[in-house]
Design a protein around this ligand. Structure first.
Ligand code: URA
Length: 434
């Protein structure tokens, strides 16, 4: 088989065979196919799409590119959740420990920042010492002992996704349905969870801009999960503005800490309660998502979720003093508040631009392997539908470089639209797909 012929076939809009897909995935994972050929194929897939059969083949080939975890000797039933990528999305940091504190083991393989969207691993690595490169034995042991693991791809799970994910991030090939489905579901299938809740984002800060596209993505992921015997529920959630206030790695960890202490932003907390409730219901720990929501709320109020988060961070080498005294997180050198120049209701947010402003500050990657500055980011002080009077604080930039700070200010200002007429608040969720 020749890689160039596979690229040409997809370029011309033809379906790839199972063998061709296997050849590409294994060859790229093994290092036998160079980045330039893999990038060409990714772009061809992005432009030409894939049939349901091709998407399933790609997903399974990626899942089987490394080890397939069997967690039965670690926990009888394990739940996982995954977001398709958003801005200010720190949900896993709160619901992972909350759900685990309710007695349902959570074994999660997370990702890094992708395009304008942040990544849970980058956020957690702002805690000095924290590592996510667990071996399979360590993953299982932590699941057995603490009931909560947040690992990275280094566990040799779906290594093809690890490589393709990093390549997509820098080749303009992120917002593609087949590539998102195979990326998310290969990790979920390989990581061995019995039940998976998918948080499928839609809107200006999501890869799927419309509810219809997000629904197609959700249906495809649920179908593949069910085909391989997993219980899957997808929630279509709004990403037309950042979730919570904070965007940027350590700023988001601090906001998650506040939320675990019952002092987080209302929209973010509510989002966590709903997704966590679904996880408990799917895992049989609650009769339904409503009861599950109440249990997650109790786990946060009682401090059990907070204790579970500390246990996980300690087990993965993190310096827990940063959690207990969050003022220890290194602050950015420049912290600048921008005020509103006019009064009005916040009408629209180009949320992907907010994400890119954070990447531009150094909070994400422009090239493969770029280092990430954990201290930089943004705090937005207003939600869509809220009124602001000229002169009031609108957002705060945390930067380590004057020119980048100015560029972020310009970008965020350009991303916000105001209206004199009242504007409705945005919903948190649109739909549930099963
Ligand atoms: N999350 C993933 O793991 N992969 C994607 O492609 C998008 C979001």
């Amino acid at each position: 088989m020749r890689m160039v012929e596979i690229i040409e076939k997809k370029r011309d809009g033809k379906a790839l065979s199972t063998e061709e897909i296997d050849y590409f995935v294994q060859g790229y994972a093994d290092g036998n196919i160079p980045d330039y050929q893999a990038s060409s194929l990714l772009m061809a897939i992005m432009l030409r799409g894939m049939s349901d059969r091709e998407i399933r083949d790609l997903t399974l080939a990626m899942a089987h590119s490394g080890e397939m975890l069997d967690l039965k000797d670690a926990a009888p039933f394990v739940v996982d959740k995954h977001s398709t990528g958003g801005v200010g999305d720190k949900v896993s940091l709160v619901i992972g420990p909350a759900v685990a504190a309710c007695g349902l083991p959570v074994g999660k393989m997370s990702g890094r920042g992708l395009g304008f969207s942040g990544g849970t691993l980058d956020k957690l690595e702002s805690i000095p010492g924290f590592h996510c490169d667990l071996s399979v034995a360590e993953f299982k042991q932590q699941l057995r002992e603490i009931g909560f693991v947040l690992a990275g791809q280094s566990v040799n799970l779906a290594p093809a996704d690890g490589k393709l994910y990093a390549l997509r991030d820098v080749t303009g090939t992120v917002p593609s349905l087949p590539l998102i489905v195979s990326s998310v579901m290969s990790k979920k299938i390989a990581a061995g969870a019995d039940a998976i809740v998918l948080d499928v984002k839609t809107g200006s800060g999501a890869f799927m801009k419309t509810v219809e596209d997000a629904e197609r993505l959700a249906e495809s992921m649920v179908r593949i999960g069910n085909e391989v015997g997993r219980k899957v529920v997808a929630l279509l959630s709004d990403m037309n503005q950042p979730l919570g206030w904070a965007v940027g790695n350590s700023l988001e960890v601090r906001e998650a800490i506040d939320t675990l202490h019952g002092a987080g932003p209302q929209d973010f907390l509510e989002h966590c309660l709903v997704v966590g409730g679904e996880m408990l219901a799917l895992g049989g720990q609650a009769q339904d998502a409503v009861q599950g929501r109440a249990l997650v709320e109790q786990a946060i109020e009682s401090g059990a979720a907070w204790q579970k988060f500390r246990q996980m961070v300690i087990a993965q080498g993190g310096d827990v003093r940063y959690l207990d005294e969050p003022q220890r997180f290194p602050a950015a050198g420049i912290v600048r508040v921008s005020t509103a120049s006019v009064s009005g209701y916040l009408a629209r947010v180009k949320t992907d631009e907010i994400g890119m402003a954070t990447v531009g500050l150094g909070g994400g990657r422009l090239q493969k392997g770029d280092p990430v500055d954990h201290a930089v980011g943004l705090m937005l002080h207003l939600k869509v539908g809220e009124w602001i009077t000229a002169g009031e604080p609108l957002f705060t930039v945390h930067a380590n470089d004057e020119a980048r700070c100015a560029e972020a200010e310009r970008r965020v200002l350009a991303a916000l639209t105001f209206s004199e007429a009242p504007v409705e608040a945005l919903p948190l969720f649109y739909k549930r797909v099963i």
